[in-house]
Design a binder for this molecule. Structure first.
Ligand SMILES: O=C(O)c1ccc[n+]([C@@H]2O[C@H](COP(=O)([O-])O)[C@@H](O)[C@H]2O)c1
Ligand SMILES: Cc1cc2nc[nH]c2cc1C
Length: 345
């Protein structure tokens, strides 16, 4: 199921030509730092010396988690649907940042424990009214996880058909740092206490309880494959992001990776398709304990480190101007020759 996607490595023979183009721009060699690596990566993804960003799209997937019954989040479950309403009213941080930076945003009900009025601009892809409590039973059934992955993939296909070549995923789901922490621990073999963090703001005692609950849950379920890990501990929003990433990489889109939860979905995809990394731009390092280790595991170098831990795709939204800047300098900066500037001796 997760394996059936065809993700090819990016076209590396062009790397030398991209480096050459960048090195003859009117700047000292390497002076644009990470933006130079980003320009090369995007050139390789699109297999051109003149890449472009078309209709960047940010999809916010929302889902609820049965594990919240164990007190793993300081916020009640209803905050998930209430924040979805805030997204469609335009009042959340993601609305503000997306608007400021020219991202289109699409809000998806992947599995919120609430029935939204159909008149609202919420894409109804609901798999179920929240996952099961994974302390007692797998979060999802086989059918549910398969459907969530396929739904995410189909959605990205539609977005690509409308002309988008750059996509970011955000998420909303009270309790989803617990799901993400177990996924991380299972895939990377890093002990759960190094993966779990304070999420939306647990105090020390709350974090201790969360780690105890997650340790128990890790011991109960014997999971080996990435799909089994996703089914047992994941959320509908996380599974949809997995499918969405698989399809986006298959279609050679730029994937902008947000924080802790979105990166946990990438861990699942990466376990089966390591080439997916070629298509990923890491927007930021979240302040959630565990995200730095996740990024290290993936050998990822995030663009920003702003101490943020909000989710919703906010880090990804803030990274878009940098992504655009890398493409713009590659296309628009003068070369030493065209500008009549002397090169180094
Ligand atoms: O993206 C992140 O790195 C991140 C880190 C901590 C919390 N969050 C957000 O907070 C919610 C989950 O936190 P929690 O404490 O309920 O597990 C969920 O809606 C996420 O979008 C997001
Ligand atoms: C208010 C609030 C906003 C959020 N946005 C993403 N996760 C969130 C969690 C809470 C609690």
């Amino acid at each position: 199921m997760l394996k059936s996607y065809q993700i090819t490595p990016t076209y590396t023979p062009l790397k030398k030509d991209l480096e050459h183009k960048i090195n003859f721009k009117t700047k000292p060699i390497g002076a644009l730092g990470k933006l130079e690596n980003l320009a090369i990566q995007i050139g390789l993804i699109q297999n051109t010396l003149s890449p472009k960003i078309s209709y960047p799209t940010l999809v916010v997937f929302a889902g609820d988690h049965g594990i919240v019954a164990e007190g793993v989040s300081p916020y009640p479950q209803e905050v998930t649907w209430q924040m979805v309403m805030n997204f469609v009213s335009g009042g959340a941080a993601i609305n503000v940042f997306a608007k400021q930076n020219g991202w289109d945003i699409l809000v998806v009900d992947a599995g919120v424990n609430y029935t939204f009025p159909t008149s609202l601009p919420i894409k109804n892809l609901k798999i179920n009214f929240g996952t099961k409590n994974f302390l007692n039973e797998p979060a999802m059934s086989d059918e549910e996880v398969d459907k969530a992955v396929k739904t995410g993939a189909d959605l990205v296909n539609q977005i690509h058909q409308k002309g988008s070549n750059c996509i970011a995923f955000g998420e909303m789901g009270i309790g989803n740092t617990s799901a993400a922490a177990i996924i991380m621990s299972k895939i990377t073999n890093i002990p759960i206490n190094e993966c779990a963090g304070k999420g939306t703001g647990l105090d020390d005692e709350g974090l201790k309880n969360k780690i105890e609950i997650l340790s128990k849950a890790t011991a109960y379920h014997h999971t080996t494959t990435p799909l089994a890990i996703l089914k047992t501990y994941g959320g509908f929003e996380i599974a949809m992001i997995c499918g969405a990433m698989l399809k986006a990489a298959e279609l050679k889109m730029i994937i902008v990776v947000d924080g802790f939860i979105v990166t946990s979905a990438l861990l699942v995809v990466h376990a089966l398709h390591p080439q997916v990394i070629n298509y990923c731009v890491f927007a930021h390092q979240s302040d959630e304990n565990g995200h730095r280790k996740m990024l290290n595991y993936l050998n990822a170098d995030p663009l920003l480190n702003l101490g943020m831990r909000l989710g919703e795709g906010t880090g990804a939204a803030l990274a878009l101007p940098l992504i655009q800047a890398s493409v713009n300098f590659l296309n628009e900066m003068a070369s030493f020759e065209s500008a009549g500037v002397s090169e180094s001796r």
